[in-house]
Design a binder for this molecule. Structure first.
Ligand code: AMP
Length: 114
């Protein structure tokens, strides 16, 4: 797997505003926020996209999901709610080949998305 921007953020080679970190994930603020709170949550164990989950340890995937919930709570979104988005592949406009959950919140969000 080729190195991406998010590999470099995880290694602290590229600066990012860290919002939450635990043994499973690093969460940082999106550089171009689409909501008052917009963070990206990447697993420390790298997968590029959803298809990689087929060969992954289900427990590791579970830890990733739990840590997404912890990150959302940590930034104060538990009470009001939030949206979790994974852009997966070209048609969904995934621009970084390192799986990342967008957590968006802090205002009422419209539905459906574009
Ligand atoms: P996606 O389009 O789903 O691949 O999302 C990539 C996200 O990374 C976009 O929302 C970008 O705004 C965000 N992004 C790009 N560069 C950086 C950076 N250096 N620090 C934080 N977020 C970034």
């Amino acid at each position: 797997m080729s190195e991406t921007l998010f590999d470099k953020i995880l290694k602290r080679e590229v600066p990012a505003k860290v919002a939450y970190e635990d043994e499973a994930v690093l969460a940082f603020h999106d550089i171009a926020p689409q909501a008052p709170i917009h963070i990206l949550v990447i697993p420390k164990k790298k997968w590029a996209r959803f298809a990689d989950f087929r060969a992954a340890d289900p427990e590791a995937i579970g830890h990733y999901m739990i840590s997404i919930a912890k990150a959302a709570e940590h930034v104060g979104l538990e009470a009001g709610g939030y949206r979790v988005v994974f852009n997966n592949g070209k048609d969904a406009q995934q621009t970084v080949d390192y799986i990342h959950a967008h957590i968006l919140g802090g205002r009422g969000l419209r539905w459906p998305p574009g």
